[in-house]
Design a protein around this ligand. Sequence first.
Ligand code: PHE
Length: 450
Amino acid sequence: MAAARGEFTSRFGFVMAAAGSAVGLGNIWGFPTQAASNGGAAFLLVYLALAFSLAYPALMAELILGRHAHANAVNALRLISPGTLLRRIGVSTGVIGLCVASLILSFYAIVAGWMIAFCLASIAGLLGLEGFAQWLTSFGAPRNITFMLLFMTLTIGIISEGVSEGIERWSARLMPALLVTLVLLVGYVLTLDGAMEGLKVYLLPDFERALSPKLIIAALGAAFFSLSLGVGTMLIYGSYISDKENLPLLGGMVTLVDISIAVLAGFLVLPAMYVALHNGVEIFTAGGTLISEDTLIFTVLPELFSTMGTAGIIVSITFFFLMSIAALTSSISMLEVPVAYTIEEHGVSRKKAVWVIGGIIAAISTVILFNFAQLFGLVIAFTTRYSQPLLGFMFCLYAGWVFNRNTLLQELRKGNPQVEQGLFWKIWPWYVKLVCPLIILAIFAQSLWG
Ligand code: PHE
């Protein structure tokens, strides 16, 4: 089995793939719009604090366990557990993680499908195909299902190619393209009237709001979702890292890239909202709250783009293309979780596993689409707001309490012989054992009773 396992062939390839997984709809759409509806800079501050103090240590727990076991989450947690009970809990955590990853993909494919549809709609508009553009941007079952299936097929196609040929090659191509496009868009939007007002909302914090339980739990979910934590994605990517690499450094690079792109996307979306407002587009409801998050990008931004004349069409194509790319490098990492498990646990071929599991997830997406009002928001809240931080909590407990300290040190020494002298070894082991689990629990307790 070991011989058949893939591995990232370069450090750049791994960082691009892991950052590709981390950077997605969560950063470019979820984070900025949540920041906008939760007090702008206040949300930004809490998000930054939680990302560095909780999400980075939790990411390290997954990367270390993954590389140590060179296996999927289920096998990794089983491997490090000494007794039957701990093994059972570990295996259940891994299995729940892979179910949550599949459920995340089932709603993600829907939203990503819309991104592709909106990108094509702008191209159709450019070609004068107004009717087609109209169909592409209107909410309807045929459109939703067509583009969800198209997105799932792209994801399946990449994943069936394996680790270095599929995940690594595509992420290394797509991620730099994404960064460049984002920077250009930010530069453009900041020159427009109204942008400065959005910038103020984004950068001037209201400290009273920063302490509200609702804001903190939203920021926690956003940080865990953004770094792809809790569902075994990062553990699986960690299992493909070569033993020569210095893990804390790689994890730090991925965290920095992810957070920077989220913060950068805030510089695009918040000013863009106020530019739209300046141009007469409604972005607030009568009650003064922000129009809901799904509508924000799919209503306000196209309207914003359309006020920019011909340039707006180009900006619109670029923006939705960027969103589709970001979604694809994340979705491949979600599908890899159940696929790697099925290959390693049941000896099924990669192609077969990918198509069967991809098919099941597409079927779940179809069910969600036919019961949209009841299921869509529910699946998002269940998976991202509750399951991810709680599963992340379990990974911290296993890395901190169950994983043998000497084995842990050996694992870290592999890519960094001096690790014992460094700050990481002095802080992380007790931090992930005590501080991370306690803060996650405290935030949950506060949100339940607060
Ligand atoms: N991190 C991704 C994003 O920000 C989402 C994701 C969650 C990816 C869980 C993989 C696993 O969009």
